[in-house]
Write a protein that binds this ligand. Structure first.
Ligand code: NHR
Ligand code: GAR
Length: 220
């Protein structure tokens, strides 16, 4: 499976994907990494791994849609089977996105449908939630609103702040994303008729990841 990764920042999810691939937990061909930020550490991580890495400067485009069209033109030139958003921070224009629906995943740091958008850790704490987590979903026009494939949850501790919570969640995110990409890479997870399918059955309830190495329940 040919994979393209889009990332805006630190790149720890990208790094986790690369390491899982090296360990053989994944068997994907990471063909390119693109960013909307030339200074994204994710680009350096990609280059250090010998992966083509490029940034596009949004200020050089007249409109958001023009930027997205050029970005996805370049992505398309890599012929990916799957595009993975890994800390990608720019909303993609729905019309430009349309042909990619079903071939693009995102990891979002909340238990969707709770807290789409930004500042999820802060919002979960402010709401007094006892549980937080991350979700992997197919990217659709609706921001963080596409079908959720899988989630991982963790308890919120009394003394947590946004920093401690994000730090405890991050390694779980990495394992969740690797787990979902593995399902896609082996062909078990597919997009059929506007819905995710697992092993040929509509995935009507998200899978639950144990935060270690496997999915619980849902037979995956
Ligand atoms: N694009 C579409 N069409 N649909 C989705 O579900 C998307 C998407 C692009 C990115 C990731 C998402 C997340 O996991 C994602 C999902 C950026 C913003 C945002 O508000 C919100 C959600 C996500 C990514 N971005 C601001 C913008 O104007 C910029 C914020 C910033 O640079 O700090 O694009 O959270
Ligand atoms: C991750 O926590 C990811 O869930 C979140 O940003 C971090 C990226 O870290 N994504 C979003 O907030 C998307 N808007 P990374 O760059 O180290 O992978």
């Amino acid at each position: 499976m040919r994979l393209v990764v889009l990332a805006s920042g630190r790149g720890s999810n990208l790094q986790a994907i690369l390491e899982a691939n090296r360990r053989g937990e994944l068997d994907v061909d990471i063909v390119a990494v693109f960013s909307d930020r030339a200074d994204a550490p994710a680009l350096a991580i990609a280059r250090a791994a010998g992966i083509a890495a490029d940034a596009l400067d949004a200020s050089a485009f007249a409109t958001r849609a023009a930027f997205d069209a050029e970005l996805l033109r370049r992505v398309a030139a890599c012929s990916p089977d799957l595009v993975v958003l890994a800390g990608y921070m720019r909303i993609i224009d729905p019309a430009v996105l349309a042909p990619w629906v079903g071939r693009m995943l995102n990891i979002h740091p909340s238990l969707l449908p709770k807290y789409p958008g930004l500042h999820t850790h802060r919002r979960a704490l402010a709401a007094g939630d006892h549980e937080h987590g991350a979700s992997v979903h197919f990217v659709t026009a609706e921001l963080d609103g596409g079908p959720v494939v899988a989630r991982v949850a963790l308890p919120i501790h009394a003394h947590d702040d946004a920093v401690t919570l994000a730090a405890r969640l991050l390694p779980l995110e990495h394992r969740l994303y690797v787990g979902v990409i593995a399902l896609a890479g082996t062909g078990r997870l597919r997009w059929r008729e506007g819905m995710p399918q697992l092993d040929g059955q509509a995935l009507s309830t998200p899978l639950v990841h144990d935060g270690q190495s496997s999915f619980i329940g849902a037979d995956a």
